[in-house]
Design a protein around this ligand. Structure first.
Ligand SMILES: NC(=O)c1ccc[n+]([C@@H]2O[C@H](COP(=O)([O-])OP(=O)(O)OC[C@H]3O[C@@H](n4cnc5c(N)ncnc54)[C@H](OP(=O)(O)O)[C@@H]3O)[C@@H](O)[C@H]2O)c1
Length: 269
């Protein structure tokens, strides 16, 4: 299988949710650099045209944009018409968000929206696009999880829960689709330098030694892992931390340590 080129295996088009910003925008760049056309779906109506124009100017690909709020129940109706005449060979379920704060003080509607964007939309898109990939005998799906999904993570409890959903969904699909030609990967980044983390006000300086990666290497590690394994924690230091937290510590100790760190990251929460 590895003898196919990236574009043969995952082209001719990729759909990237949250493709106008941060990790999603970097995914779009690295996919375009491999010669695959892009459909970018995002709520950021103003950023989308720039993101698409950049891809078409820098790479020999076409780019389409879909302005969509993935928290709405009928979001698929906005996506379907834009991709009806193209074959999506790669789905990057990247859009996601969550806010920091004590669970009991966080608005229920906001947490339900996060579940819709972070869980319902990736599941529905995989179910929508997966059958055609299986029929073609080739394709890929990447689900954005997070290092917060590897154990309970206080102060971002609902967000971490949504990311755990992506991790276990992707791992199960990796096995179910093995042999079909469709590769599935859960990507579990630690803190990554994107507009979202800046907007969140995370006090990274309060947690000395905490790895902080750029989107470029995070995405590069995802592509190195796609088709080879079900899950990747990008960054050596993040992998060491994940090993210690999940294999050497008790669940109670790991959750307590995460809670200490997130309380330092978000002292006002
Ligand atoms: N950055 C990190 O440290 C980190 C770590 C682990 C995992 N992740 C995961 O990586 C993914 C990308 O995060 P990022 O940091 O790159 O975030 P980002 O910079 O905010 O980019 C995500 C994009 O998705 C959009 N989006 C949010 N809600 C949406 C909705 N309802 N419908 C359509 N689009 C929507 C965002 O728009 P708005 O700007 O309007 O929200 C934004 O344009 C997320 O799933 C996140 O959970 C990030």
């Amino acid at each position: 299988m590895r003898s196919f080129s990236f574009a043969d295996r995952y082209g001719p088009w990729a759909l990237v949710t949250g493709g106008a910003s941060g990790i999603g925008r970097e995914f779009a760049r690295q996919i375009a650099a491999r010669g695959v056309n892009l459909a970018l779906a995002d709520i950021q109506e103003k950023l989308l045209p720039d993101a698409a124009a950049e891809l078409e100017a820098r790479f020999t690909v076409k780019a389409r944009i879909i302005t969509v709020d993935l928290s709405t129940p009928d979001f698929m109706a906005r996506i379907r018409p834009v991709i009806a005449d193209i074959s999506i060979g790669l789905l990057v379920n990247n859009a996601g968000y969550g806010s920091a704060g004590g669970f009991m003080k966080t608005d229920v509607g906001e947490m339900l929206d996060a579940i819709a964007v972070n869980c319902r939309a990736p599941m529905a898109l995989a179910r929508e696009l997966g059958p055609a990939m299986i029929e073609r005998g080739r394709g890929g799906m990447i689900f954005l999880s997070s290092s917060s999904a590897l154990q309970g993570t206080p102060i971002v409890a609902n967000y971490a829960g949504t990311k755990a959903y992506n991790l276990v969904l992707a791992e199960a699909l990796w096995d179910e689709l093995r042999g079909s030609g469709v590769d599935v990967l859960a990507l579990c980044p630690g803190a990554t330098n994107t507009p979202a983390i800046v907007k969140s006000g995370a006090r990274l300086d309060n947690v000395p030694g905490m790895p902080f990666m750029e989107p470029g290497p995070v995405v590069a590690e995802a592509f190195a892992a796609l088709g080879r394994r079900p899950c990747i924690v990008p960054g050596r230091m993040n992998r060491i931390a994940a090993f210690v937290m999940t294999r050497l510590m008790t669940r109670a100790a790991a959750v307590t340590l995460m809670g200490k760190n997130t309380r330092r990251l978000y002292p006002e929460a």
